[in-house]
Design a protein around this ligand. Structure first.
Ligand SMILES: *[C@@H]1O[C@H](CO)[C@@H](O)[C@H](O)[C@H]1NC(C)=O
Ligand SMILES: *[C@@H]1O[C@H](CO)[C@@H](O)[C@H](O)[C@H]1NC(C)=O
Ligand SMILES: *[C@@H]1O[C@H](CO)[C@@H](O)[C@H](O)[C@H]1NC(C)=O
Ligand SMILES: *[C@@H]1O[C@H](CO)[C@@H](O)[C@H](O)[C@H]1NC(C)=O
Ligand SMILES: *[C@@H]1O[C@H](CO)[C@@H](O)[C@H](O)[C@H]1NC(C)=O
Length: 500
């Protein structure tokens, strides 16, 4: 009899702790691609009531997604950048949408104590959605922080306004606040950058998380630091991403970042086909678990999938890669006739894939790209090239790139190589792409006809080769090693000055 009360105590203890205090090997992630309801005219000043009305309309839609995700067992849901009030404001017209978002150290559950930091209806509603559905909720809203002449950088209107990601845990507590560091161009008309990048992390029973926003993914800080120094398991990534083919389509680049950095990556994009905004996904280091890309439908879309809580402990974890090892040791293949062409304003050196199969090298500055390939059939109506780019990209942000790319040209005219193409007919039986990279930050991209990913259909070897030995399930648009040489970025490249 003596054992009965003691095991009863253990049981009570377990019930009191609740299931979420136990470490989980896997968890269920959700991301919602939201068809945001935009302000009719974001340049026109509105009252706080009107601002809240628009935000509530968007949160009504997000609420359905959060409930549905929770019903499907999701532990966390990510919603997009600008998902609550959209974009295109000025500093002044954005102001009524902002709330004072405190440092999470204050230990605050807005759902149960909404007035503690002044009027916070948006934080209260998000906190209650998290609490009532027992799910972590990640959202993007705006923070305002007063300042005055004691701070020489204080803006003329007496406050800073930040593009901010917030996370509420499953009790509704604010556990993370991140101010976007790398603002994209015209965003500087409505937001300030924090003085220093803020590497924000939090831990859960299903792993360590870090977060950053949209354009941040192209830069070293805070994105790379979160992975290489703070060792997060999963990145949370609210975004309002405009697709740019061939290398910067949302699903393509974000899944490549997950693979190159060897982390889970939860990307939630705005759904606005008229502006080429679509593409969300749940990405693991070895490939996409679920993704969505749809320029036809007008509706939002919920993705739910299971992930390892700690991908670095999984048996399928990629070995660390030396991205230049193979390419610097192999003999260069024949350098055929080459020509130049432009991709997203960068001047590439190209060489054509003339034959059904072959070995090709093309070089630019320090970068030589090697390709070994076999097509299923060499078609007369499609042309493919191997391209190399080693240089500073300077349009819509300044960042140094080293890129090796196999891609389909726009037409049979070689001047169209690098143009956006979305369909193809040529399958590849095999390919192996490598480059003499000077950086060890390389993101491997494979994009197939119809703008589709190819999870599980290719792999990266520890010597830096991106290979496939099976016939591609769809024809190939591009196979790319997208390298970022952060050390060569100009200083202060996050303050991308704009001329008004
Ligand atoms: C100016 O701002 C600082 C810190 O933000 C604050 O401590 C101080 O009271 C403010 N001064 C005035 C005159 O408002
Ligand atoms: C969207 O992308 C396609 C192909 O990349 C391009 O032709 C089109 O002009 C873009 N549309 C907008 C609205 O930017
Ligand atoms: C990768 O391999 C090359 C060639 O052997 C070597 O020079 C380089 O130091 C290695 N890079 C890293 C990051 O280990
Ligand atoms: C380009 O082609 C020419 C021959 O036409 C060759 O001599 C040269 O080495 C090639 N350059 C590169 C960078 O591939
Ligand atoms: C490419 O090179 C490899 C090794 O150098 C060789 O075995 C293979 O036959 C070549 N392939 C073609 C199609 O020329």
């Amino acid at each position: 009899m003596i054992s009965f009360p003691s095991s009863w105590h253990v049981l009570l203890f377990i019930l009191a702790m609740g299931p979420r205090t136990f470490a989980l090997d896997t968890y269920t992630a959700a991301v919602y691609e939201h068809s945001v309801i935009l302000a009719k005219n974001p340049l026109k000043p509105v009252s706080s009531e009107e601002a809240l009305k628009l935000m509530d309309e968007n949160m009504d839609v997000l609420e359905e997604a959060i409930k549905s995700a929770a019903k499907q067992g999701a532990h966390i849901i990510v919603t997009p950048e600008g998902g609550i009030y959209g974009f295109g404001f000025t500093r002044g017209t954005l102001y009524p949408y902002l709330e004072d978002i405190p440092d999470p150290q204050v230990n605050w559950i807005p759902c149960t104590d909404p007035e503690r930091f002044g009027s916070s209806p948006v934080q209260k509603r998000l906190s209650c959605l998290a609490r009532h559905n027992s799910i972590y909720v990640v959202a993007n809203i705006g923070d305002k922080k007063p300042c005055n002449s004691t701070d020489p950088k204080c803006p003329g209107d007496g406050h800073y306004q930040y593009n901010t990601d917030v996370v509420f845990d499953s009790d509704g507590k604010l556990v993370a606040r991140y101010h976007k560091f790398n603002l994209f161009m015209i965003e500087q008309l409505q937001y300030d950058s924090p003085k220093e990048p803020e590497p924000v992390t939090f831990t859960t029973p299903f792993g360590k998380f870090g977060l950053f926003t949209c354009f941040d993914v192209l830069f070293h800080d805070p994105a790379v630091t979160l992975v290489s120094k703070l060792h997060v398991d999963t990145i949370l990534f609210p975004t309002a991403w405009i697709n740019v083919l061939p290398h910067l389509t949302a699903i393509e680049f974000h899944s490549a970042w997950a693979m190159g950095m060897r982390v889970n990556f939860l990307a939630s994009n705005i759904h606005l086909p008229s502006r080429n905004m679509t593409g969300s996904g749940i990405y693991a280091p070895d490939g996409s678990r679920a993704y969505y890309y749809d320029l036809e439908s007008m509706n939002g879309h919920l993705l739910v999938a299971e992930l390892d809580s700690h991908p670095s402990r999984s048996p399928s974890y990629l070995p660390s890669v030396n991205w230049s090892l193979y390419a610097t040791t192999v003999e260069t293949f024949t350098q055929d006739y080459n020509f130049t062409g432009s991709i997203f304003f960068d001047e590439y050196t190209f060489s054509e894939l003339h034959n059904e199969a072959g070995n090709l090298t093309v070089c630019q500055k320090d970068l030589c790209c090697h390709l070994n390939y076999r097509m299923t059939e060499k078609r007369e109506d499609e042309r493919y090239v191997l391209g190399a780019f080693d240089g500073l990209h300077v349009v819509e942000g300044e960042y140094y790139l080293q890129i090796c790319t196999l891609l389909k040209c726009g037409s049979t005219d070689l001047q169209t190589c690098g143009e956006a193409v979305t369909t193809a007919h040529t399958h590849f039986d095999s390919f192996s792409l490598s480059g003499t990279f000077s950086t060890n930050y390389v993101f491997p991209e494979v994009l197939l006809s119809g703008v589709r990913l190819a999870p599980g259909e290719f792999q990266v070897l520890s010597d830096g080769r991106l290979i496939s030995q099976n016939r591609t399930p769809q024809p190939v648009l591009t196979v790319t090693l997208f390298g970022r040489w952060y050390e060569k970025d100009p200083p202060n490249s996050h303050t991308h000055s704009i001329i008004l």
